[in-house]
Design a protein around this ligand. Structure first.
Ligand SMILES: Cc1cc2nc3c(=O)[nH]c(=O)nc-3n(C[C@H](O)[C@H](O)[C@H](O)COP(=O)(O)O)c2cc1C
Length: 366
């Protein structure tokens, strides 16, 4: 079936990216796809999965499998969640409302960015029952940060995900080369408009610099933790040292992530960093991973290396660009089906049975 005949806009996970490419305009595609610098880290994220192999066990009764789990006490039908991505309105007019509805119908946790097209209240209204977490970018003005936290509590978000790998934006060469810019008056649902800036368009780095606090430290993390009743998850750690510090200071979860290769070029693949983080904090906090997850088998590999769950970034934007809510719903269904098939073929009936004996790597991962 060609992509156009399907309301989701794609038929399989294999044609999702190319179908999205055909629909999303060039500069926005550079924004979605691009990494930082030479994109070494972006490539390493995929290479790490490509060099990790699954050791299947056979003759296990897999007539029924169960992929359900929980994240900080929130039940989830699957061990993956929607990672926060900014400005979903750039790829589809229904923006985060479509993502929220598709995730809620599938019983999938969705994490929404500080810099969404729609406000966090509008997203909550679009899918009141859907499990949702709020991703925080620290604002220059602390009272704005505090206000975001209180609004997230009131709007039914169940955890705060503090992103710590973006004190400044990475060097986004690909965005620059393709002329991607944000209008200076672009609506950011959660935040007041920027003061008038010369020239109407801003590189994303300038936009981010005008809003976010690059002076944050561990003391700021503690201040965030003290300012909300919600559990705190720290997103964007790649070392045992930082993971241990975050958990000592009260984080209930950490996301091993290099921001999809968009921040520090030269940082390791998330999958490579995962084992040291699991060793450091795996018994005290929940460890999640994102960056490079594309298939059900990737999810199994990350879980086998100790992740409790994994975040999906770009594929959600591809699916949203292809077919709005129907696109995201199809992506979540295909990923779930593929994960369950992989579990059956690997002889694992539940998430609890996915252990380290399931994986083997070709040497050190990139
Ligand atoms: C277009 C785009 C926008 C993003 N915006 C945010 C954001 O606002 N906040 C955040 O914490 N992470 C953001 N991320 C990073 C994702 O949460 C996630 O770490 C990354 O996309 C995972 O890698 P993957 O795209 O390979 O799945 C963004 C990623 C992309 C691709």
């Amino acid at each position: 079936m060609s992509g156009g005949e399907d309301p989701a806009g794609f038929a399989t996970l294999s044609d999702l990216e190319a179908s999205a490419r055909a629909k999303v305009i060039d500069p926005v595609w550079a924004y979605v796809q691009g990494g930082a610098g030479e994109e070494r880290t972006l490539r390493a994220n995929r290479e790490a999965f490509e060099r990790t192999w699954l050791r299947p066990r056979v003759l296990v009764d897999v007539s029924s499998v169960d992929a359900a789990t929980s994240f900080l006490g929130t039940r989830s039908s699957v061990p993956f969640f929607v990672a926060p991505t900014a400005f979903q309105g750039l790829v589809h007019p229904d923006a985060e409302a479509a993502t929220a509805r598709a995730a809620a119908s599938a019983g999938v946790l969705a994490v929404f960015s500080t810099v969404t097209t729609l406000s966090m209240e509008a997203i909550a209204r679009a899918a009141p029952e859907g499990p949702r977490w709020f991703q925080l970018y620290l604002q220059k003005d602390w009272s704005l940060t505090e206000d975001l936290l209180h609004r997230a509590e009131r709007a039914g978000y169940r955890a705060v995900v503090l992103t710590v790998d973006a004190p400044v934006l990475g060097t986004r060469d690909r965005q620059f080369q393709r002329g991607f810019a944000l209008p200076s008056d672009m609506p950011v649902g959660n935040l007041p408009p920027l003061p008038p800036v010369e020239g109407r368009s801003l590189a994303q780095a300038v936009h981010a610099a005008l809003r976010t606090d690059s002076g944050a430290t561990w003391a700021t993390m503690e201040r965030v933790r003290e300012s909300t009743k919600l559990p705190l998850v720290v997103k964007g750690v790649l070392t045992a040292e930082d993971a241990a510090r975050a958990v000592e200071l009260g984080a209930k979860g950490v996301v091993v992530s290099n921001h999809g290769g968009r921040q520090l070029d030269g940082a390791p693949a998330s999958l490579r960093a995962l084992p040291e983080v699991v060793r450091a904090v795996g018994s005290k906090a929940e460890v999640y991973l994102d960056s490079g997850i594309r298939r059900g088998s990737d999810i199994l590999a990350a879980l086998a290396l100790g992740a409790r769950g994994v975040g999906i970034g770009r594929p959600v934007l591809w699916a949203l660009g292809c077919g709005g809510e129907a696109g995201v719903a199809k992506l979540l269904r295909l990923l779930r089906e593929e994960l369950e098939t992989s579990m059956r073929l690997a002889g694992r009936r539940s998430i609890g049975e996915v252990d380290s004996s399931l994986v083997e790597a070709d040497g050190a991962l990139p």
